[in-house]
Unconditional design. Sequence first.
Length: 256
Amino acid sequence: MSGTNASAATTVNLNLTGVSATIGTDTGTVQVSTDGGTTWNNATLGAGGSFSVSVPANTGSFQVRVAASTDTIVEGNETYTLGAGVGAQAAVTGTGTIVDTTAALTVASVSAASANEGANLTHTVTLSGTNSSAATTVNLSLTNGSATIGTDTGTVQVSTDGGTTWNTATLGAGNSFSVSVPANTNSFQVRVAASTDAIVEGNETYTLGAGIGAQAAVTGTGTIVDTSTLTVASVSAASGNEGTNLTHTVDRKSTR
């Protein structure tokens, strides 16, 4: 303050104003100390983030402590202003900068999926957090296991809105593709169509890998359940003389 009052306390009016930070979300408890930081008292914020401090006589300054909230959102540094004035004085302001310490986003998990031939396998890819201001590019690839991508699988689609809308992915070299995950979104779905055939081959698998930037791929397994079965289609008649062999042909067929 510009000086001290020797005989009475002085009321100072203050307010916290969000700039890129949101007061009450990016900030927490607000405290005040009028004895150099020995004791702290919680301030009750009113409309517009306003509060007041009674500064004791013969005290020329005080401290305001603002708690910075922790989150898992990649948002960059955020700021607010603290304004203070006495009576009708225009507020004098100072800026508070909350430094974003959230690590860069990574893919946290890729769920496994299973479906019959002719159905869709749906994987959920979950990120370590969200980006509040920009889309995040996730790199993905489908890798053969016992299933062959493009033969045992068909169309690959992606949804970033919980399955309401689906967009077809174009697979490049190594069956790779990428997804642009919107801001404030921490997961998306990948849907892989399982092809139908009449071959009895047992269940077949592939892997879906996903990563951000130079991150090593996190993988999930897709299992295509074989629904084909073999039956006997026919047994041919046979004829032969006594003392010879009668040869029958038994034909099989695959059914679903």
